[in-house]
Write a protein that binds this ligand. Structure first.
Ligand code: ATP
Ligand code: MG
Length: 262
C-alpha cells in the first residue's frame, strides 16, 4: 500500500467478514425484515461530489425496469427535480406531503412526478426543508417494490437519518483519502446498519487508490465501481442524466443485488 495515511485509517473490516454480498457473490440472504414491505436502499456519499446522487438515480432507473420504484430526496438544496430536469413537471414535492401519511401508498405513488418509470419525492428549492418523512416513507414502502433514499451525509453522521429502515446502505466513495476518512466516519455512525452496508467506488472525482486499498481502508465490502463517464457530466448539466452503456451496466448489476434482497 503506497499511502501511509490510508494505512493509518485502515480499520478491521468486520462487515467484510459477514455474509454480506460482494460484487462477485450471490445476493445476501440474511436480510433483516424492515418495517416496510418494499426494499429500502439508502445511498450516501463519503465526501462531497462523490457521485452518490447520480448513482441513486441510475440505480432507481435500473430497478424501475423490474418493480415500482420511488427515489426520495432527503438532501435538499437544488432538489432532485432540478438534478433530473423535472423542475417544471407538476406534482407534489416534500412541502406538499405534510400529513400525506394518511393517504394510501398507491395513491401517493401515482401522484408523484416521474423520471421515466421512477417516481420522485423531491425537495423544492423555492420552499426549502422537508416535513418529518417517516409516515410518507411508510406509505411509499407499502406501495413500491423499492424505495431509494438519497441520504445527507451530515444526517447520517448525526445519527438522525432513517438508516434503521434500510435493507441496504450504499456508501459511495471516491478512490481518495478524504473518501476513506468519510467512509470510516459513516460506518461508525451507521451503528447496526453498518452490517448491511456496502461500498461503491466512484471515479467521479478521479482518485488514485486501488479498489483493494479503498475497500480495506474503509472497512466496508466493495459492491462495485462506477467508472468516470464524461457523458454523465455533460448530460447532467442539461438535466438529462444519461450514462454510457458501459456505465449503465454497473447500476444494473447493483439492482440485481437489491432485487435479490426481496
Ligand atoms: N461516474 C461519473 N463520472 C463522471 N462524473 C460523474 C460521475 N458520477 C457523478 N459525476 C458528476 O460528479 C458531480 C457530483 O455528482 P453527484 O451530485 O452525483 O455527487 P454527490 O455525491 O451526490 O454530491 P453532493 O455531495 O453534492 O451530494 C456531478 O457533476 C456529476 O455529474
Ligand atoms: Mg448528492
Amino acid at each position: 500500500m503506497q499511502n501511509t495515511a490510508v494505512q493509518n485509517t485502515a480499520v478491521q473490516n468486520t462487515a467484510a467478514q459477514s455474509t454480506y454480498p460482494s460484487a462477485s457473490s450471490s445476493p445476501w440472504s440474511g436480510r433483516l425484515v424492515g418495517p416496510l414491505g418494499g426494499t429500502v436502499v439508502g445511498l450516501v456519499g463519503a465526501r462531497g461530489g462523490a457521485g452518490a446522487t447520480t448513482l441513486a438515480a441510475l440505480l432507481a432507473a435500473a430497478l424501475a425496469q423490474h418493480t415500482a420504484t420511488v427515489l426520495v430526496d432527503l438532501v435538499g438544496g437544488a432538489g432532485l427535480d432540478v438534478t433530473l430536469g423535472l423542475e417544471a413537471v407538476p406534482g407534489p414535492r416534500w412541502p406538499d406531503l405534510t400529513g400525506a401519511g394518511d393517504v394510501a401508498g398507491d395513491q401517493l405513488l401515482a401522484a408523484l412526478p416521474r423520471w421515466g418509470r421512477v417516481a420522485l419525492v423531491s425537495t423544492d428549492r423555492a420552499r426549502p426543508g422537508l416535513p418529518p418523512p417517516d409516515d410518507v416513507l411508510d406509505r411509499l414502502g407499502e406501495a413500491a417494490g423499492t424505495v431509494l433514499l438519497d441520504l445527507p451525509p451530515c444526517d447520517v453522521l448525526a445519527r438522525r437519518a432513517p438508516v434503521g429502515r434500510c435493507d441496504l446502505v450504499v456508501v459511495v466513495a471516491g478512490r481518495d483519502i478524504t473518501s476513506v476518512g468519510g467512509a470510516v466516519a459513516l460506518r461508525t455512525a451507521l451503528g447496526p446498519a453498518a452490517a448491511r452496508t456496502g461500498l461503491m467506488a466512484s471515479d467521479a472525482r478521479r482518485g488514485t487508490l486501488s479498489l483493494a486499498e479503498l475497500e480495506q481502508a474503509a472497512g466496508l465490502p466493495l459492491l462495485g465501481r462506477v467508472p468516470y463517464d464524461r457523458s454523465l457530466v455533460q448530460s447532467a448539466e442539461r438535466g438529462l442524466l444519461r450514462a454510457r452503456r458501459a456505465t449503465a451496466r454497473i447500476p444494473a448489476t447493483l439492482a440485481r443485488t437489491v432485487l435479490g434482497l426481496q
